[in-house]
Design a binder for this molecule. Structure first.
Ligand code: FES
Length: 167
């Protein structure tokens, strides 16, 4: 499980105010909070409810519907394996299986050390380069099992050296 974070309430307030506390911007606000912490801390839900005057159920609906948003802590690096049709045909299942085995987690889970989360996503618009993954915001295409595991190794090593930081 990923480590617990300390919430910077001023930053969350700033995000809400940046969107004029407009409930129509709920998705954007949740996305910006996700950019800060890799997830929307459930502790922030009462503040979102109050400031945006939205129902808690709407916040949960957004988190459920949009794969980029989670109310669960996620890893430092998020691996998205594209499971769209083109990538599926080109071997996305093998890539997903390689990561599941190597990281010893299922899709949607985070490694014990909090370093990686593994998620499936629908088409990310690079079908000709499939199978495709993203790690954080970086796209890697034309993968086979060994290339996919090499990428993982690079992130592990960089992380050990403290070189790969989220933007
Ligand atoms: S199906 Fe994977 S990028 Fe389009």
């Amino acid at each position: 499980m990923a480590n617990k974070i300390t919430i910077n309430w001023d930053k969350i307030q700033d995000i809400i105010e940046h969107y004029n506390s407009n409930p129509e911007n709920l998705l954007m606000i949740m996305q910006d909070i996700t950019n800060l912490y890799n997830y929307v801390p459930p502790e922030a839900i009462p503040l979102l409810k109050k400031k945006l005057n939205v129902k808690e159920s709407l916040i949960y609906s957004v988190a459920t519907f949009y794969k980029t948003i989670s109310l669960e802590p996620r890893g430092k690096h998020i691996i998205h394996v594209c499971t769209g049709t083109a990538c599926h045909i080109l071997g996305a299942v093998k890539i997903m299986d390689a990561y599941k085995e190597e990281l010893n987690i299922k899709e949607g889970q985070t490694t014990e050390d909090g370093l990686f989360s593994l998620e499936g996503v629908r088409c990310i618009g690079c079908c000709a380069s499939g199978p495709v993954i993203t790690v954080d915001k970086e796209i890697h295409g034309g993968l086979d099992r060994s290339k996919a595991l090499n990428i993982l190794e690079l992130y592990k090593r960089s992380s050990e050296r403290g070189e790969v930081e989220r933007g």
